[in-house]
Design a binder for this molecule. Structure first.
Ligand code: B12
Length: 226
């Protein structure tokens, strides 16, 4: 990895006072050096955030430090987002995405939304802590092909099943494909709750979404479906 990407990863992992400003600067420098947004994401930002996750799990760092890293990560992602988003001319489908109720984790969900946009999907991002009814109202309103649910806690993940059941009850389930993800979610869990697809990471989510749209047009969803 080159020096700029290494320093960027260290900035995300570290807890400096102005790390969000520094992260933004370093992303701009990497782009000026002609590093692609995909390389910046995959070889610096994502592994750095994964390392933050490991250290939080092992109680080497705590919530305040994680928040500083998250803020730096979000600042970096804001610079990359427009570059991963092509013009609206090629729309592959519409995805409504959000983090389920009681859960405020959004870094991974934002990354998924960003890569979906970058692959030509229109994305309506409902944000964090989103109740079932808000999804239901948005499904009625924007008629998406796919709804994406994100959860990072083993507790909040359990609500995904009741969301899907409620959409069945409301007669919405036949109109949308459901895709789920988040660190504790697995493809077995996705199958168990009746979701159509699971994405382990953001690029997997894009492949799954493309397969679902393709299947909806008469192809087969292939092995990525849950
Ligand atoms: C950052 C973070 C926070 C930040 C969140 C900031 C933010 N804006 O998101 C803050 C500090 C606020 C936080 C709070 C808490 N957190 Co926290 N947090 C994390 C941490 C360290 C990293 C998560 C992250 O951003 N990862 C990086 C992204 C890129 O990965 P990702 O989220 O997994 O997303 C990828 C995939 O999962 C997938 N994906 C994600 N969503 C979707 C959706 C779809 C549709 C698809 C297809 C794919 C997909 O693609 C993404 C991109 O590749 C994790 C540790 C971990 N290893 O996950 C703990 C972790 C999730 N947190 C945890 C806990 C316990 C908490 C708190 C309860 C702590 C507390 N005591 O207050 C609170 C809960 C607050 C709440 N109500 O939600 C635990 C959960 C344990 C559990 N079993 O449930 C974890 C696992 C840490 C741990 N090991 O203990 N947290």
């Amino acid at each position: 990895m080159d020096d700029v990407l290494e320093e960027l990863a260290a900035t995300i992992r570290g807890h400096g006072r102005d790390s969000h400003e520094r992260a933004e600067e370093l992303v701009r420098t990497a782009l000026e050096d002609e590093t692609t947004p995909e390389v910046i994401l995959e070889s610096s930002l994502v592994p750095a955030m994964a390392d933050v996750g490991r250290r939080f799990r092992d109680r080497e760092i705590f919530v305040p430090q994680v928040l500083v890293s998250s803020r730096a990560m979000q600042a970096a992602l804001r610079v990359l987002e427009p570059l991963l988003t092509p013009g609206a001319f090629e729309t592959r489908g519409h995805v409504v995405i959000g983090t389920v109720k009681g859960d405020v984790h959004d870094i991974g969900k934002n990354l998924v939304a960003m890569l979906l946009r970058g692959s030509g999907f229109v994305v309506t991002d409902l944000g964090i802590n989103v109740p079932m009814q808000r999804f239901a109202d948005t499904i009625e309103e924007v008629q998406p092909e796919i709804v994406g649910l994100s959860a990072l806690l083993t507790t909040t993940m359990m609500q995904m099943e009741s969301y899907v059941e409620e959409w069945v009850r409301l007669g919405l389930r036949g109109r949308v494909k459901v895709m789920v993800g988040g660190a504790p979610v697995t493809s077995a869990f996705a199958r168990k709750i009746g979701a159509d697809a699971y994405g382990r990471n953001a690029s997997d989510a894009v492949d799954a979404a493309l397969a679902l749209v393709e299947a909806g047009r008469g192809g087969t969803a292939g092995e990525r479906t849950a």
